[in-house]
Structures are given as C-alpha cells and as structure tokens.
Design a protein around this ligand. Structure first.
Ligand code: 6PG
Length: 236
C-alpha cells in the first residue's frame, strides 16, 4: 500500500480527516515561520471539507488563503468557487478580508490572471522568476484526472515556471484561472481529496500509468503529497 494514500469510509470522513490535517499543518507552519499560506480548490468534495473546517475552533490569524483555481464567472454565480468557499467557510470563521486572496473572476480572463499573479508575487514578496512555496495546497481531482483547472492535454501543463494563468476548458466551454504546475510541485504539503466511485478509474491511472502529468494532471505532486480517498474510490 502506498504510504501516501489514506482510505476513509465516507466522503464525510475524508473531509474531516483532511480538514484536521490542513489546520495542523497551518499551525505548524505558523509556529515555524510566523505565518502560513494555504491554497484551496473548488468543487463539491471540497465543500464538505470547508463545512467541517468552519466548525473547528481554529485561530486564523497570520494565515493567507488563496484559490487553486476559479471559474471566470461573477463571484455570486452558482459556478463560482469563491461563492462556495465564502458560503461554506469564510462566512463562519474569524478571518480578515485581506487574508483571503480571491481571483477577480469577473474580469477578462487574461486580466484576472495578471492581477492574481501580481497579488501572489506581492504577498509572497517574490523575486522575478521565483515561485511561491505554499505551506499547504488542497486539491481535488476530476473523473478525467484533471486537478486544479489543468485538464488532460492542456499545453500549460508543460509550463513549470509560471505562477498562474487563464485557460480555456473546452469540455465546459469555460475560461478559468489556475495555479500552474510549478507552483503545485513546490508546495510543502499537498492534500488531494478524492471521493466517489466515478473517480476510481482516474485515481488508479495516477499510480498504474507511466508518469506523464500532461496526460494525467493529477500525477502532479510535491515533496509531501497525501491522498485522502473514500472506499468507493479504493474499491473501484
Ligand atoms: C474546480 C476544481 C476542480 C475540482 C475537481 C473535483 O474548479 O472544479 O478546482 O479541480 O477540485 O474537479 O471536483 P468535485 O469534488 O466537485 O468532483
């Protein structure tokens, strides 16, 4: 058994275990460096994790939260990851407006991406060409093996020096803003949450197929990547 795979009885248990580990890692990072950085994904699995996180008595001071990706829709759209994160987490925790770094998704995609990169560079105080090292990146995986908004065959998967970019997702006929592969690979800790039998096949491809993130974007990992999966994925 790959030591980096943790199996739970239900999506709720996946959500609770990953939530507790994220908060533990943030607290550890803040203890070591005075502050902590987290990037969170969207989708339905993350929602139950955020709902669990909202109930935890966690001190959010000196934590900066970013988005792994966002759909290019207004922030009040039912497609918006920010709206889901705000409703399931931000409205319930003691975190300042300036601690959550939203993708300004209502702008034109290229402009939204440019501003987001600027925000990341400023917050991490990056030198030109330097990539941000997030303490924790939380990712999901789609049934096609995509992660963030990096879908199989996406040319930007070859870009390991950029911070974030606008991508057009053909299958959803939608523009999105996403962190790029190099940033995902730099994370100190990556937690990937996968639940539901519809993802079992894609999950097995991560470990059974030759390493090729352009074909299987969820193969992207960092120095510490742990998979939180439910039985439906494991039994698939
Ligand atoms: C998005 C996400 C995406 C998501 C996976 C899993 O904007 O859709 O960031 O990468 O995490 O598709 O989503 P589900 O948990 O809804 O299947």
């Amino acid at each position: 058994m790959d030591p980096s795979i943790l199996i739970f009885d239900s999506p709720q248990k996946v959500a609770e275990a990953s939530c507790d580990q994220i908060l533990r890692l943030l607290d550890q990072a803040r203890g070591e460096r005075g502050s902590a950085t987290l990037a969170v994904s969207g989708g339905s699995t993350p929602r139950i994790m955020f709902e669990a996180m909202a109930k935890r008595p966690f001190d959010w001071s000196n934590v900066q939260v970013f988005q792994v990706d966002e759909r290019c829709v207004p922030p009040d759209s039912d497609q918006s990851n920010f709206r889901m994160i705000r409703e399931s987490l931000l409205n319930s925790i003691p975190i300042g407006e300036n601690q959550f770094h939203r993708v300004v998704s209502e702008l034109a995609p290229e402009e939204a991406a440019r501003l987001y990169v600027e925000d990341i560079r400023r917050t991490f105080d990056l030198s030109p060409g330097e990539l941000p090292v997030f303490d924790v990146i939380h990712r999901g995986m789609g049934p096609d093996g995509h992660t963030a908004s990096l879908f199989p065959g996406e040319p930007l998967l070859a870009d390991r020096t950029g911070i974030a970019a606008a991508v057009y997702v053909e299958k959803f006929k939608q523009h999105r803003i996403t962190l790029l592969r190099g940033v995902l690979e730099c994370a100190r800790h990556t937690l990937c949450l996968v639940a539901g039998k519809e993802k079992a096949e894609a999950f097995s491809r991560i470990f059974l197929e030759p390493y090729d993130p352009v074909r299987v974007p969820s193969q992207i990992g960092s120095q510490d990547t742990v998979w939180y999966i439910d039985r439906a994925v494991d039994d698939g």
